[in-house]
Design a protein around this ligand. Structure first.
Ligand SMILES: [Zn+2]
Length: 240
């Protein structure tokens, strides 16, 4: 647990993300929807996002159980962007963490996998992992778009994502904690750290870990954290 306040000189020195990455032995990127907006995937929690028209109920376990057709309709019409490609942020994070680190993402869009990220924790799952809840058989997006019923056993087909009202897989939680505990540099990108339990993961940062965040507006970071205000695509494009 992080309890120590960083030395004053660290807090007041000009912070360079490039230097911090160069000096780190293990970098952990904690990411959210803001990383994928540059790939054309809307942030559904933003004021203009789809949550302004649809309640979080649409992506809840209750909706899947009680209204499977409505859940399926919402998923295939609002949640999939199969043409989307990884952007400069995904690619830089993949290059850095494949050498020394891990990406822990809240995104379910699969773009970190597509970018070739080898050390990846998909905290809320991956919406392209589709399976029958009856027999476990995997399905493609094209098949899911046709039907949410497995014709053979009439089982319900669903994405392996964490819905509202569902717990996060304990192995996934442990993998995320391990990545953050091991890191000597933690970089928060594209997330406001407002949604728990993901936001609570930063409490597992080591006492000597350097914490930085890239965001358009300031975030509540632990003491000594470095705030980089700006567009993440520009910040990551400038990295070597
Ligand atoms: Zn089945």
């Amino acid at each position: 647990m992080r309890t120590l306040v960083a030395p004053l000189e660290e807090a007041t020195m000009m912070f360079s993300l490039q230097n911090a990455i160069d000096q780190a032995n293990h970098v952990c990127f904690m990411t959210g929807a803001g990383v994928s907006t540059a790939s054309g995937i809307p942030d559904f929690r933003s004021p203009t996002g789809i949550y302004s028209q649809h309640p979080e109920y649409s992506l809840s376990a209750d909706n899947l159980r009680d209204h499977p057709a409505a859940f399926h309709d919402f998923m295939i019409h609002h949640m999939y962007y199969p043409q989307a490609q990884p952007n400069i942020i995904h690619r830089q994070m993949a290059a850095i963490t494949n050498r020394k680190g891990t990406v822990v993402t809240q995104n379910i869009d699969g773009l970190d996998r597509q970018a070739g990220t080898k050390h990846l924790v998909e905290f809320h799952g991956n919406e392209y992992d589709l399976y029958c809840t009856q027999c476990g058989q995997p399905f493609t997006l094209a098949e899911y778009q046709q039907s949410y019923i497995h014709q053979t056993d009439h089982g319900l087909i669903r994405p392996r994502i964490v819905l509202y009202g569902e717990p996060i897989d304990e192995q996934v939680v442990q993998a995320a904690i391990q990545a953050i505990t091991a890191a000597d540099l933690i970089v928060v990108v594209g997330t406001s750290l407002a949604v728990y339990p993901f936001a609570g993961l930063i409490q597992y940062a080591g006492a000597n870990a350097v914490i930085a965040a890239v965001n358009r507006t300031p975030l509540p970071l632990p003491a000594g954290g470095h705030m980089i205000i700006g567009d993440a695509t520009e910040v990551f494009a400038a990295l070597q």
